[in-house]
Write a protein that binds this ligand. Structure first.
Ligand SMILES: C[S@@+](CC[C@H](N)C(=O)[O-])C[C@H]1O[C@@H](n2cnc3c(N)ncnc32)[C@H](O)[C@@H]1O
Ligand code: SF4
Length: 385
């Protein structure tokens, strides 16, 4: 039986000062003044519309994630108004996590204090690397000194909970450089580190003009040594790219990866909702172009997609098996609406082959990938197609 999982909210800000050559997020370069006020109004109208058609506003929000693009191009005043008006539409859990993704440029850092005052309680800084040559090759417009300053400012204005985004496997990168980036990150004591291996995505400049990436052996060494370094400093890996100090797992990330529900507002935002009364799981995708999104009618023409029963197993596992702890039977059944017997034989088969394991957490049985299964996640998932 489907049951409602926790509910999160994702808010997308679709503009950046300059498009990075590796980025396939819905971000649009803009040098002219942004329609900040209009966009905030559009987000609120979008959210109110979501509540009126799906009736989810009796639920409590456990997290809000303001991502981009570059959300730190907007002012603290805009976010204060936005969060206040969202709180009039839906209840916030007493422990709500409200994250804003910020770029570490000087202008952005000047706004951190007003973000804190606006009610944002977690900052995620897009550092990428502390090496200026690497930053240049990545087409970033900030440098390492600005990053270190931005981190100090974030701490100084009271962000106790902050994440650093780093990438590795960068053009021309040696394993020592990647580890050095991690070491510097660890030295400034974030509560969370997102450590992504650079991927070359279609529709990016790097796809059209591929840079020289490190060889496979170097990538493997970076991965292994980096994970050991993070773990030895108390950063526990809970997802493929996410490492957190005890008690600082991101509620938003965790809800997303455990196939929880989330509403998505903003240009190109995605949502996923469980509708138990109709026995449905749906995905919602908004207009990608900021200008179209700003026009009321076009904004309401979001794409709706039902996740049919035959796709739910793989969709659930594609998310839940990225979590180190995996999932339990109740989560599988309540989040897919399917009986556990649908996958139990295949789970047993993976356990026999050493790719999955049974573990116990708080007296409950969980199913997760083994170290080797985690490395070959795609092969594990293929068994469930
Ligand atoms: C929504 S993106 C960008 C947030 C912010 N605008 C920035 O650039 O810092 C979130 C993170 O995804 C990671 N990322 C983006 N593109 C990637 C790629 N092609 N491969 C690996 N990681 C990527 C970066 O670490 C980035 O900070
Ligand atoms: S990586 Fe970040 S700053 Fe660069 S284009 Fe993408 S969203 Fe914008």
């Amino acid at each position: 039986m489907l049951a409602r999982p926790p509910l999160s909210l994702y808010i997308h800000i679709p503009w950046c000062i300059r498009k990075c050559p590796y980025c396939d997020f819905n971000s649009h370069e803009s040098n002219s003044p942004l329609p900040e006020h209009e966009y905030i109004e559009a987000l609120l109208e979008d959210l109110a519309h979501e509540f009126s058609r799906f009736g989810q506003n009796q639920r409590e929000l456990i997290s809000i994630f303001i991502g981009g693009g570059t959300p730190s191009l907007f002012s603290g005043d805009s976010y204060r108004a936005l969060l206040h008006r969202i709180s009039e539409l839906v209840n916030f859990s007493s422990k709500i996590e409200i994250t804003l993704e910020a770029n570490p440029g000087t202008v952005e850092a000047e706004r951190f204090s007003s973000y804190r005052d606006a009610g944002i309680n977690r900052l995620s800084l897009g550092i990428q690397s502390f090496n200026n040559d690497c930053l240049l090759k990545l087409g970033r417009i900030h440098n390492s000194e600005e990053s270190l300053q931005a981190i100090e400012i974030a701490k100084g204005v009271g962000f106790k909970n902050f994440n650093l985004d780093l990438m590795h496997g960068l053009p021309g990168q040696e394993s020592e450089q990647a580890l050095n980036d991690l070491q510097i990150a660890i030295s400034v004591a974030p509560t969370h580190i997102s450590w992504y291996q650079l991927t070359i995505e279609p529709n990016t400049a790097f796809y059209r003009y591929p840079p020289q990436l490190p060889h496979e052996a170097i990538l493997e060494k970076i991965q292994e040594d980096g994970q050991n370094l993070l773990e030895s400093h108390g950063y526990v890996q809970y997802e493929v790219s996410a490492f957190a100090k005890n008690g600082f797992t991101s509620l938003h990330n965790h809800n997303y990866w455990s196939f929880g529900d989330y509403l998505g507002v903003g240009a190109g935002a995605h949502g996923k909702l469980t509708l138990p009364n109709e026995n449905k799981l749906i995905r919602i995708r908004k207009q990608k172009q900021p200008n179209s999104y700003l026009q009321g009618q076009a904004r309401r023409e979001a794409e709706l997609k039902d996740i049919p029963k035959q796709e739910r197993t793989v969709e659930f596992l594609m998310n839940a098996l990225r979590l180190k702890d995996g999932f339990n039977q109740i989560q599988f059944e309540s989040r897919t609406g399917l009986a556990f017997s649908v996958i139990s034989k295949r789970v047993e088969y993976q356990i026999e082959n050493g790719l999955m394991q049974r573990t116990e957490k708080d007296g409950e049985e969980f199913f997760s990938t083994t170290t080797i299964g985690y490395r070959f996640l795609n092969s594990v998932l293929e068994e469930f197609l």
